[in-house]
Design a protein around this ligand. Structure first.
Ligand code: KG4
Ligand code: ZN
Length: 328
């Protein structure tokens, strides 16, 4: 079937068309305007979505060579995310579904990130582990099958993406922080500074990133770039501390569950050091990475999950709401 997916949970306006499991178009408009504020301004984000949604939808149809009346279902993110941003996408989606007299399904943003792993790997094989690392979440999931997910553990405080974003701000780098730190760290020595790896001795699957961030803050207070220590060294050491904490708990999860397939999802899953170290640390496991375009917020993951759910017989009533704090 042909499904149009809409994603507006934060600061990306995104529309995608999925047909029989294939992504025909995946259009994303990133709101650059927030860069100057060092973070997303919710009121501005919803106004920008409002401005862009129509244009992006027309482009998604054009890129896919699909006419609007060929669409058979609409899938839209209804949480978690910023309330105003979610509302613009959901209202737009409901209007489209009503006008076209077609079915609609609400999609959990976190589930869409996780199931994005199936986009290029439809035969992945269940169960699999998924480390979901985004700007707002750091969770380890056991994915038994579609609609059956077990939360193995999550962060006690900051998310990994948040640690990258706040760390970048402390180091005077740009926003979003993850790609900035990754770039800055390229020629750095990741072993030079020993930033803390919280909870590394605990046998519980849980994360904490507030300590490493505070430790960076103190370090930068007295930091002067020199031949012995450059900003690249600080960025590489900080990035390594976050990655070590993530890998440590994935290892614990493989031992505790016996599950062999490991996947990652969310914006931090774009990090190439995380990707290469996962492969190095788990040589006997099947490791799956979503395509780079399906890691940060996008609508391909929404149209794809929408189609999977429609095919399983699910759909939503038109009166569904938004859930800014939606849990999976
Ligand atoms: O999934 P996402 O696009 O949005 C949320 O749902 O939160 O994730 C955004 C997060 C940001 O914190 C950003 O800094 C991080 O993903 N990120 C990265 C990289 N690219 C994006 N973190 C580390 N390395 C990257 N290359
Ligand atoms: Zn996301």
């Amino acid at each position: 079937m042909i499904v149009l997916g809409i994603e507006t949970s934060c600061d990306e306006t995104a529309v995608s068309i999925c047909k029989d499991g294939n992504i025909l178009s995946n259009v994303i408009s990133s709101q650059e305007i927030h860069t100057r504020f060092g973070g997303v301004v919710p009121e501005i984000a919803s106004r920008e979505h409002e401005k862009m949604l129509n244009k992006i939808t027309i482009k998604a149809l054009k890129d896919a060579s699909i006419k609007i009346d060929e669409i058979e279902g609409i899938a839209v993110t209804n949480g978690p995310g910023l309330a105003g941003s979610l509302l613009t996408g959901v209202s737009f989606a409901k209007g489209l579904a009503l006008g076209l007299k077609i079915k609609i399904i609400s999609i959990n943003h976190l589930e869409a990130h996780i199931i994005a792993n199936l986009l290029d790997n439809p035969d992945i094989g269940f169960p699999f582990l998924c480390l979901l690392v985004s700007g707002g979440h750091t969770q380890l999931w056991s994915i038994i099958e579609i609609n059956n997910y077990i939360l193995l553990g999550e962060t006690r405080d900051d998310a990994a993406g948040e640690a990258f974003d706040k760390g970048a701000r402390i180091m005077g780098l740009g926003y979003p922080g993850g790609p900035e730190i990754e770039k800055c760290a390229i020629n750095g020595n990741a072993k030079l500074i020993k930033f803390p790896r919280a909870l590394s001795h605990s046998k519980k699957i849980e994360f904490s990133f507030s300590g490493v961030k505070t430790s960076l803050l103190y370090y930068m207070d007295s930091f002067n770039e020199s031949n012995n220590c450059s900003l690249a060294d600080v960025a590489a050491s900080y990035q390594q501390a976050i990655i070590d904490s993530l890998i440590n708990k994935i290892e614990l999860a493989t031992i505790q569950t016996g599950i062999k397939t490991i996947t990652i999802a969310g914006g931090v899953a774009k990090n190439s050091v995380l990707r290469s170290q996962l492969k190095k640390n788990f040589p006997k496991n099947k490791i799956i990475f979503p395509d780079m375009n399906y890691c940060t917020d996008n609508a391909a993951m929404v149209s794809n999950l929408g189609e999977i759910k429609f095919n399983l017989g699910s759909q939503s009533n038109l009166n569904f709401g938004i859930f800014p704090n939606f849990q999976l």
